[in-house]
Design a protein around this ligand. Structure first.
Ligand code: ZN
Length: 368
């Protein structure tokens, strides 16, 4: 029978205790700060979609809490939810008032937050069965007028309507809306949206049929850029998905393009800020590639602002991956929110807290 001497048993117990202590220390040791080159200015952005005066009030109430967590840029998606004076026919049913916007401007200025209005351009001209005012009041601007009645495509899925990028009467109206937003928001930039454009170059559009989708997309971007950047002297933000090759990069048809728009990346000015959004956890399986869009945009000479949503594991993966790239043009991170804004909801949500914590961990959150 095997017997162990008492002193050997004691040595064994002491050894195990040391091993357990060592393991405990390893588990509990604070994570070392990640060493990266500081970039200035870092952006901690929040995107909000506000579709009613109640939500606007909720948003106003959130500004101090967001500022306290380090937010220094807010992209306020207003679309047709403003009491436009230049085109009152394009107001939605419960538009935000000028006084409310001025209160936002005042608070953002007080908290040193850059406030940028977003107006969804080209695509996203409807949602579900509801079409936004532009294509209701001016159906001739619809890329697919008379098609997809009730915003349905038979048994197939229908997403959102687009305006026709080649209609000659469209841009003066849109530019009036942009100008009014720049004025009331006292803004030095506009986010023009342009994500998830699926209806482009429709075969029945008398102007666009047969044309290259990339050229049509670039034409839209460049026409808007000429007005905003060259004429008005402001910056232009854009959702970046239509510039990515969905097949080559593995992102698919939502977060990237499978409808041939991506060559437009080589046809548009480099001063546009690419808001590169990725929301899915599936990319943890893309070992070795990570999020290829961040280095892609940087290599092309653009500034890039990665944007995430909801799933905190995906948020963390995207931030970790994007901060591996050492470039002054990797600007920070954007927290997107797509529901109604209620007081206390944004700054307390897990996604927002994860981003704030990650940016702080990288030691890059701008001190206020
Ligand atoms: Zn067209």
């Amino acid at each position: 029978m095997f017997k162990m001497k008492p002193e050997k048993i004691l040595n064994g117990v002491i050894g195990l205790a040391f091993l357990a202590l060592a393991l405990f220390q390893v588990r509990c040791a604070p994570k070392p700060a990640v060493q990266v080159t500081p970039r200035k200015p870092l952006i901690f952005a929040v995107h909000v979609l506000v579709e009613s005066t109640d939500e606007a009030r909720g948003f106003i109430g959130e500004i101090p809490a967001m500022a306290k967590s380090g937010v220094n840029l807010i992209v306020y998606e207003i679309d047709y939810n403003y009491e436009f004076v230049s085109h009152p026919e394009l107001r939605r049913e419960d538009p935000v008032t000028k006084d409310m916007v001025k209160e936002m401007v005042r608070l953002c200025r007080q908290y040193k937050i850059r406030l940028v209005p977003e107006f969804q351009s080209l695509g996203h001209q409807s949602w579900a069965e509801k079409t936004w005012p532009l294509l209701v009041k001016y159906p001739q601007f619809d890329e697919t007028p008379g098609k997809y009645q009730g915003n349905k495509d038979g048994d197939k899925e229908f997403y959102c309507r687009s305006w026709c990028p080649l209609h000659p009467d469209l841009y003066p109206i849109i530019f009036s809306l942009y100008d009014e937003l720049l004025d009331v928001f006292e803004a030095d930039a506009i986010h023009v949206g342009m994500d998830e454009v699926f209806l482009i170059g429709d075969k029945d559009c008398p102007r666009c049929a047969g044309k290259d989708p990339a050229e049509l997309f670039a034409h839209s971007v460049n026409t808007i850029h000429d007005h905003l950047v060259k004429e008005k002297g402001v910056e232009m933000f854009i959702w970046a998905d239509r510039f990515l090759d969905g097949e080559a990069m593995g992102y698919g048809e939502w977060e990237a393009s499978m409808n041939k728009t991506y060559p437009a990346i080589d046809m548009v000015p480099k001063d546009i800020i690419m808001c590169d959004w990725h929301y899915e956890r599936k990319y943890e399986n893309m070992k070795g590639t990570g999020f290829p869009s961040v280095p892609f945009f940087l290599d092309k000479g653009f500034r890039v602002l990665p944007a995430s949503f909801r799933d905190t594991k995906a948020v963390k993966m995207f931030i970790d991956d994007s901060f591996k790239v050492l470039s002054e043009r990797m600007l920070g991170h954007m927290c997107t929110s797509w529901g109604g804004v209620e007081p206390g909801k944004i700054a307390k949500c897990k996604q927002f807290k994860t981003i704030a914590k990650e940016l702080r961990r990288y030691g890059l959150l701008a001190a206020k």
